[in-house]
Design a binder for this molecule. Structure first.
Ligand SMILES: [Fe+2]
Length: 445
């Protein structure tokens, strides 16, 4: 039994935990939307992103659909706007031209919805049906808002103009980290059937048997990535897949997004500020194709999703899979760079307390890590509670990312949490680590 399963047994601690999570999440949404003026809120900063004011009202609309109407059985607050904020009906590119609620109206709308949610939360029973068991649907709505908060943070990174976000720098390195770690052959439990707020694509728990492999003990750093650049990696089709080389050529990729030449070196832009690239930080804002090309250049490959998860969760002493690399306890500031506490990834070695039992560091937080794997349901997958959360994306042109970034909240991240995106995307906070098959003498040594 993990600590997170305990509140489900008692409705009052669960009720107050849900209220606290909703409030904590809304404070983040308010900070991200309050940092800019109304003109900035309605503007589209990139065709890849929505205007911030769309995300805001969409968050409220999802909360209305699931909590106010479905769980609460209440009358709609604004049935007339459902289509405007349906992510499947409105492509991001078109969202700025929609008759969106202006900022003041969007704020009033999400506040009205939230008032009704607090009202119904007082009376909800957490055992009536699967949707509300252990507060699942409330957790789903918290995670949804946090996911949009990370998306809004990515929009901030694409925005031009004076900087508006501030945070202290992440911690300095506190431990030396090995280059690679051997993960011995054998079965482990992937996914979960018991984590109460885990989403459908993380379920069910199932056994995966892997041969021995070697995985990088930390995400690939800017310093290592610069060697790939200096070695002409972007100009050498040998390292790239056919699709990757085509994309690299068409998009004119020459370095990670937000990098520019700075004398002999490189500088990067982070939320409106330029700084020299720091070599010991994980590289961020690379697409899957860039990650794959680097890995091949380095004589390695990207880990599969199962390899990532075994390195993150498998405890060689007990044989069980942990909820997080360090155990089952919720992350603290000592474990991982999560929750927008800082505005960029921490240097390698900054989180020794967050390492896995095998000594793999910074799996959680810092940067989303691209894996080699396309996005599919786990064996035994069942849609819950709606197809559009994940099933409609299975089998598409997506690659799975794991572990969360500095912009991911702990509520929307776990050792089992799965994210996915197109292999050309890099406006997200994406990095990677490499893996390779174990050599025979390593596997049996
Ligand atoms: Fe959404």
């Amino acid at each position: 039994m993990t600590t997170t399963e305990q509140p489900g047994a008692q409705p009052e601690p669960l009720r107050s935990r849900i209220a606290a999570e909703l409030a904590r999440t809304r404070a983040r949404t308010d900070a991200l939307t309050g940092a800019v003026d109304d003109d900035d809120l309605v503007r589209q900063h990139s065709t890849l992103m929505s205007p911030l004011v769309w995300d805001l009202a969409h968050v409220g609309n999802q909360e209305e659909l699931w909590l106010v109407r479905d769980v609460g059985g209440r009358e709609p607050v604004r049935r007339d706007i459902d289509d405007l904020y349906d992510a499947f009906k409105q492509p991001r590119r078109d969202r700025p031209s929609l008759p969106l609620l202006p900022p003041a109206e969007a704020r009033a709308y999400v506040a009205t919805v939230r008032d009704k949610v607090h009202d119904l939360l007082d009376g909800v029973r957490f055992t009536e049906r699967p949707l509300v068991t252990d507060g699942f649907v409330f957790g789903m709505i918290v995670q949804h808002e946090q996911q949009h908060d990370e998306t809004m943070l990515a929009t901030h990174q694409l925005r031009s103009g004076p900087p508006v976000l501030d945070a202290p720098p992440p911690p300095e390195p506190r431990a030396r980290v090995a280059a690679e770690v051997l993960v011995p052959a054998g079965p482990f439990t992937m996914g979960t059937s018991t984590d109460p707020w885990a989403l459908d694509n993380e379920r069910p728990a199932h056994t995966v048997d892997l041969p021995a492999y070697v995985i990088d003990a930390a995400p690939v750093s800017n310093g290592a990535y610069r060697e790939f650049l200096a070695d002409g990696g972007y100009d050498d089709p040998r390292w790239w897949s056919a699709a990757g080389w085509r994309h690299r050529t068409e998009a004119g990729l020459t370095a990670p997004m937000h990098w520019r030449r700075d004398g002999d070196g490189w500088a990067y832009q982070r939320f409106g500020r330029w700084a020299p690239v720091r070599d010991d930080e994980p590289v961020v804002h690379v697409c899957w194709h860039e990650a794959q090309a680097y890995a091949r250049w380095a004589g390695k490959r990207l880990p599969t999703e199962a390899e990532w998860e075994k390195a993150a969760r498998w405890d060689p002493v007990t044989g069980r899979s942990r909820r997080w690399p360090w155990g089952d306890d919720e992350p603290t500031a000592e474990h991982a760079n999560l929750g927008q506490r800082h505005l960029w990834p921490a240097p390698v070695g900054a989180y020794p307390a967050g390492a896995s039992p095998l000594g793999v560091h910074q799996l959680i937080g810092d940067v989303w890590e691209w894996t080699a794997s396309p996005f599919h349901g786990h064996p035994g997958f069942a849609v819950f509670p709606y197809r559009e959360y994940s099933e409609v994306f299975f089998g598409g042109d997506y690659r799975v990312l794991r572990g969360g970034s500095f912009g991911t909240d702990r509520a929307a991240c776990r050792g089992t949490f799965r994210n996915w995106d197109h292999p050309i995307r890099r406006q997200i906070f994406s990095g990677f680590r490499c893996a390779r098959d174990a050599r025979p003498e390593e596997a049996h040594g």
